[in-house]
Design a protein around this ligand. Structure first.
Ligand code: ADP
Ligand code: 5GP
Length: 224
């Protein structure tokens, strides 16, 4: 029995989970919790031309690269999707962070803006599941940004100015979760991930093999 379950997991097709929401809502925190609780999901580390924050590590949070490197990667078609001048900085998802994982049944989690989510849906269709994280209030976004302590006053104001524009895209997403209480949010997103893993399209190869075996076994039993 255990073998059947392991087999189905191995031949499953991975899914791509895109999480978006206004800066300060808690995407990064929620993503870290999910990764810590689930060994079968990995984070797609994006490239960016912005400077690292004091708590960020190269290769973990982002690959921090120069404009020249960004141009080279874009010209080589190394990006699955990219946003080239949003927020004064440039961001991109590397193909190498995605394909090799999806094909072996590992899921990939992305922290992308709504333009990235849209591009991913256009390119990878059925593999992509999008989740929008809403804050419980606008005041709470400011409290969280200030509490995080990573941005200057000026950057916080810039992020606050963008909150409503960002929120206006909420209805383009497959799922919407309000990040009021962290533990509750993490568990809701884990349930979304487990439900998506059970979809027939993600288990086609394994299920067909299992059903063929079940039919063979059933027929043999009937003949016996
Ligand atoms: P984002 O990645 O969306 O910009 P972060 O994950 O950096 O946001 O979270 C911003 C701040 O809010 C962090 O200090 C984090 O600890 C805090 N935070 C995240 N989720 C919650 C929550 N549900 N309740 C209270 N504080 C939260
Ligand atoms: P930050 O600079 O605060 O880390 O991120 C700014 C915005 O860029 C966030 O909305 C984040 O989700 C988005 N972002 C980060 N990486 C990528 C990426 O590779 N592609 C796209 N489209 N957006 C990204």
């Amino acid at each position: 029995m255990e073998d059947v379950i392991n087999y189905l997991r191995k031949v499953r097709r991975g899914a791509m989970f895109v999480i978006e929401g206004p800066s300060g809502t808690g995407k990064g925190t929620v993503i870290k919790e999910i990764l810590a609780r689930d060994p079968h999901i990995k984070f797609s580390v994006s490239v960016t031309t912005r400077a690292p924050r004091s708590n960020e590590q190269n290769g973990v949070d982002y690959y921090f690269i120069s404009d020249a490197e960004y141009d080279r990667l874009r010209d080589e078609d190394a990006f699955y999707e990219y946003v080239d001048s949003q927020y004064g900085n440039r961001y991109g998802t590397l193909r190498s962070e995605v394909d090799s994982f999806i094909n072996v049944g590992e899921d990939v989690l992305f922290d992308l803006d709504w333009m990235g989510a849209r591009q991913m849906k256009e390119k990878a269709g059925a593999d992509v599941v999008t989740i929008y994280l809403l804050p419980p209030s606008i005041k709470e976004v400011r409290r969280r940004l200030e509490g995080r302590g990573t941005d200057s006053r000026e950057v916080i104001e810039k992020r606050m100015d963008m909150v409503l524009e960002k929120i206006s895209h909420w209805s383009e997403f497959d799922y919407v979760v309000v990040n009021a209480e962290l533990e509750d949010t993490v568990e809701k997103i884990r349930r979304i991930i487990s439900g998506e893993r059970m979809k027939r399209v993600r288990q086609l190869t394994g299920l067909q093999t299992l059903v063929d075996e079940l039919v063979k076994e059933g027929e043999a039993l009937r003949r016996a």
